[in-house]
Design a protein around this ligand. Structure first.
Ligand code: DAH
Length: 340
């Protein structure tokens, strides 16, 4: 019996040492220590032996079992380490090799302009809202104090949906109404978005273009606050040395209303073809929110005041980058786009 044990031990040690991978090692373990393994059989057969022999053989068999288990555990660890090492060696990347060139994408100049405008207002405490491009008459006109006979509703300007009361928004101002319906003052939001006008395309007109609407409402908002914010904005966007002026104007949803002109970025105010010799460029519309707009959203016009403004993104991009035809933004000519 002892000889058998010694033989099992000898063979097992040899097989464990020889095993080159985890699977082979596992087979060795099953052959010796598995449920029907050689050593297991011996341990099971102990009961049939005379007591003296049972004791000594039992001891030896257990010592052997422990030894083999330890050997298998060690070998398992070694084999695992080896296979990880092999994987790493096979997957190794030579970081000293030169890279291959790839072309970097970039944002469209209009997207860049939109982001720049937004980030200036966000830094001034405005949050960003969005609204639907498909609107109803109420949001696009009526709630903004534009009565049914107002020329802004002219079929020439507005795209109406066939067989439907809805329309494509002609400006981002309707989102003012959506925002005020959902939120109570104080609020300060900007609304970037696409707008649609039913008009012929030329160097300065596009049927689809972008606006950034602004709205601030609180208990003591004044025109000087509006002037301060827009002056800061223009100076950050075009540079601190660009002159601007507020010129009285008219919008149905603001009273008083103004337009902001900046010194012509092309001729620096001297007068040129672009600014039609005036030295000034019209840049945006703004004003104090009309009490009728507040009434439409159930805000108390006796308690609250607010200002609003609407920025034409294409115009800002054109004058910042010296682009003289709005259609260039929509033609997707890479030679044009790659300059930004
Ligand atoms: N919605 C106007 C437009 O599309 C622009 C505008 C003017 C927006 C004055 C305003 C504003 O919020 O106060 O031409």
């Amino acid at each position: 019996m002892l000889e058998t044990l010694i033989e099992i031990g000898r063979q097992a040690r040899h097989s464990i040492e020889e095993a080159g991978d985890i699977e082979t090692l596992e087979k060795v373990r099953v052959t010796v220590l598995g449920r029907k393994g050689h050593l297991t059989e011996i341990l099971r057969g102990l009961a049939g032996l005379p007591i003296e022999q049972r004791k000594s053989t039992g001891e030896q068999a257990n010592v052997l079992r422990e030894e083999l288990e330890r050997m298998i555990a060690d070998k398992t660890a070694t084999l695992k380490r080896k296979s990880i090492g092999e994987k790493l060696a096979a997957d190794r990347i030579d970081t000293t090799l030169p890279g291959f060139p790839f072309s970097r994408g970039r944002f469209h100049p209009l997207r860049q302009t939109l982001e720049e405008i937004s980030s200036i207002f966000v830094s001034l405490g405005f949050s960003v809202a969005e609204g639907p491009e498909l609107e109803t008459d109420w949001y696009n006109f009526e709630a903004l104090n534009i009565p049914p006979d107002h020329p802004a509703r002219d079929n020439q300007d507005t795209f109406y949906l066939a067989g439907d009361k809805r329309l494509l928004r002609t400006h981002t101002s309707p989102v003012q109404v959506h925002v005020m319906e959902k939120q109570n003052p104080p609020l300060k939001v900007i609304v970037p978005g696409r707008v649609f006008r039913n008009e012929a395309t030329d160097a300065t007109h596009s049927a689809i273009f972008h606006q950034v609407e602004g709205l601030a409402v609180d208990e003591r908002i004044t025109f000087s606050y509006l002037k301060g914010i827009l002056t800061l904005f223009v100076h950050r966007f075009f540079g601190a040395n660009v002159d601007l002026r507020f010129r009285p104007s008219h919008f149905q949803f603001t009273e008083p209303s103004a337009e902001v002109d900046i010194q012509c970025t092309i001729c620096k105010g001297a007068g040129c073809r672009i600014c039609k010799g005036t030295g000034w460029l019209e840049m945006l519309g703004c004003g104090m929110v009309h009490p009728n707009v507040f009434k439409a959203v159930n805000y108390d016009p006796e308690k609250y005041t607010g200002f609003a403004f609407g920025i034409g993104v294409e115009r800002f991009a054109m004058f910042k980058y010296g682009v003289d035809d709005i259609r260039l933004f929509y033609e997707n000519n890479l030679k044009f786009l790659e300059q930004f």
